[in-house]
Design a protein around this ligand. Structure first.
Ligand SMILES: NC(=O)c1ccc[n+]([C@@H]2O[C@H](COP(=O)([O-])OP(=O)(O)OC[C@H]3O[C@@H](n4cnc5c(N)ncnc54)[C@H](O)[C@@H]3O)[C@@H](O)[C@H]2O)c1
Length: 330
């Protein structure tokens, strides 16, 4: 099982692994902003960006590992956002048929979501996370001082997943978020660290009960089915796409579950700098949605809300979903 070290410091890493037998993988943005932290460690610095979460980067990392004389006793440490942790977990799972790895998540999104759950992999063309492994990291070390250099847009991306967590599982978190703002969390260390821990534990719980995504883990896809399709068709960040996806999932929930809090979800999204109702080309987005890997033969497991804080999966036929969405919103 993964050990969590919340509200900690990067220097604690040397107590978890011997620097001589460890290799850190990070990206250029994080490395340049936190050079001092990496002193005394073997570091592989990747170029930043989702476009590098691909097999050629995996190959380049493996070559670098061979050059650094990595072996079965080496521990890989992914220090970064979700791109770095996904790549690191995947490489560690296949290098010499699997070596130890741990994560130091540095973006809000990787702290509360991407670094947790053991799913790691790479994109293939437009298909996100098409190839990968499920393997748990040995540890997750949290040093919130990394967040000082996190760009504004990435804070917003991370909060899209936090709002998602509140919607599917934690109504009181939703209320807390309504009373605060990103500015508040950026200014106040203690509430921020509590928020990160609460969200990391929420995802951990969901995953522990359902590692292979048969039931409960599916709830984490709230907003993502439509979100991924939108992300492929429009110039949207992941957070923006998921935010619009969640809003429309709320509208579908109204039709299927009698959900009646869409306006409240939409206004929370807006409060955190995210879009809600947005017009999009239904036909094009549905083409992309039909290609989504999460569909089942009978339809897709679409995540709906009964109320804020309580989600469930409904197997909906694509045509039915298309019909509902065509009637919903603008
Ligand atoms: N494995 C999973 O279960 C899972 C879950 C959710 C998302 N993901 C994956 O995570 C990725 C998205 O994660 P992300 O948003 O963290 O992406 P990312 O790693 O691309 O980070 C976003 C940007 O922020 C920068 N950054 C990160 N931390 C920083 C810091 N402390 N200071 C300055 N800059 C910093 C990065 O360099 C990058 O430019 C996607 O590839 C997604 O598929 C995986």
């Amino acid at each position: 099982v993964t050990k969590f070290f919340f509200d900690n410091t990067f220097s604690h890493l040397k107590k978890l692994v011997d620097p001589k037998s460890a290799i850190i993988i990070t990206d250029e943005n994080i490395f340049n902003a936190h050079k001092k932290k990496f002193k005394g460690w073997n570091v592989i610095v990747l170029r930043a960006g989702e476009e590098y979460k691909i097999q050629p980067t995996v190959d380049a990392i493996v070559e670098k590992l061979i050059e650094l004389k990595a072996d079965r006793s080496t521990t890989l440490i992914g220090a970064g956002g979700g791109v770095v942790t996904d790549l690191t977990g995947y490489v560690a799972s296949v290098f010499m048929r699997g070596i130890d790895f741990g994560f130091v998540p540095t973006s809000i999104l990787s702290m509360v979501d991407a670094a947790i759950g053991g799913k790691n992999g790479v994109d293939v063309g437009i298909y996100k996370n098409m190839v990968g492994t499920i393997n748990q990291p040995r540890f997750l070390l949290y040093d919130n001082s990394f967040l000082q250099s996190l760009p504004d847009a990435e804070w917003i991306n991370g909060f899209a997943e936090i709002i998602k967590h509140a919607c599917i599982r934690d109504r009181s978190l939703f209320l807390e978020l309504e009373n605060h703002s990103i500015t508040y969390y950026r200014k106040n260390k203690k509430p921020l660290s509590t928020l990160i821990k609460r969200n990391a534990q929420l995802k951990t719980k969901v995953v522990q009960r359902d590692e292979k995504e048969k039931g409960e883990r599916r709830l984490l896809n709230f907003g993502h089915t439509l979100g991924h399709a939108l992300e492929n068709q429009y110039e949207l960040s992941h957070g923006q796409a998921v935010a619009v996806g969640m809003t429309y999932a709320c509208l579908v929930s109204e039709k299927l579950e009698g959900f009646n809090e869409t306006a409240r979800v939409a206004s929370l999204l807006n409060k955190y700098g995210l879009p809600s109702f947005a017009s999009f080309n239904r036909k094009k987005v549905f083409e992309a949605l039909k290609m989504d890997k999460k569909r089942d033969s009978g339809g897709i497991h679409y995540i709906v809300l009964e109320k804020i804080g309580k989600a469930k999966a409904r197997l909906v036929r694509i045509n039915h979903l298309e019909k509902i969405l065509n009637q919903a919103g603008t």
